[in-house]
Design a protein around this ligand. Sequence first.
Ligand SMILES: Nc1ncnc2c1ncn2[C@@H]1O[C@H](COP(=O)(O)OP(=O)(O)OP(=O)(O)O)[C@@H](O)[C@H]1O
Ligand code: NI
Length: 323
Amino acid sequence: MTLLKMQHLNITYKTQEKAIKAVRDFDLNIELQDSMGIVGESGSGKSTLAMAVLQLLPKDITDISGEIIFNGIDLLKLNSEELKGIKWKEIAYVFQKSMNSLSPVHKIGYQLSDVYKVHEPNANKRQIRERVCELFELVNLPSRVYDLYPHELSGGMMQRVSIALSLIYYPKVLILDESTTALDVVTQRQILEEIMKLQEKLNLTRIMITHDVSIVASTCNKIAVMYAGYLLESGYVTDVLHSPKHPYTEELLNSYPSLRGEKGYLKGIPGYLPDLSQEHKGCIFADRCRKAMEKCFYNRPEMVEFSNQWKVACHLAGSEYSE
Ligand SMILES: Nc1ncnc2c1ncn2[C@@H]1O[C@H](COP(=O)(O)OP(=O)(O)OP(=O)(O)O)[C@@H](O)[C@H]1O
Ligand code: NI
């Protein structure tokens, strides 16, 4: 069952001098209890896409068209009152910089209680403390954290607090934006494992945003590969990461040697993201693609579904199959 469906989504930032097309012609289906990893280089539009789901983008400088359908409702059409019923309760979001968003002058417990009271104004102190400590337990935090200040916590504990906060109303969908990137490898691994356990325990549908393909490989069942605002390939991790059809996915994988069993250093993909304010013809990746053919430069490849939700937008992948 499709829980969240993005359709013909286009998101543009209007700055004084130019219009930056951060998300373009984007279609993606997220099924109930999927764990969807959205990957792409920095600037490819991942956070923009995620923030659009809950209308978190600054309205005065963004143009959005298309639909984001959740449980049959177009989230982009909801007014702020209607959104309140969805935010936190149905869909929760752990921000890319959520570690910095806690107030330094209030105790952790106080800050979580404040959020809880937004929807549960009649809850008494004891009930609130119980709920918050229940959440702490879910994310492996000791209850003494309730009485600590943010500066008294390690980066890993802070991140657990952010995750606990996002779960305060037991949402159906959890969106995590680079939630473990700033942590050391061991802490990152622990938190990722806890996130996976949580998903099972709470029947969550999870969207995981990261530039790290290895995180998707180890924690997600599906993957969506973004580049310069476009979706280039999506499908089950077992298909896409095993035998990628889009040259960009292949390059991304090659830049993580450990995924393919080779030893070596992290290689970047040569070249840069294109200027998102410029119009362009053809495939958005053609300039950097080692396999580009002439038509890739003037003819935009359509998204083609090969099998079981495996979709690729590449002329090469198409021709391979028609042979
Ligand atoms: N408020 C804004 N005003 C103008 N341009 C913006 C704004 N926010 C983001 N952008 C631009 O939109 C594009 C997509 O940015 P976004 O943050 O969504 O990428 P990302 O994939 O999440 O990158 P990262 O991995 O670095 O977080 C970038 O070119 C960025 O510069
Ligand atoms: Ni981002």
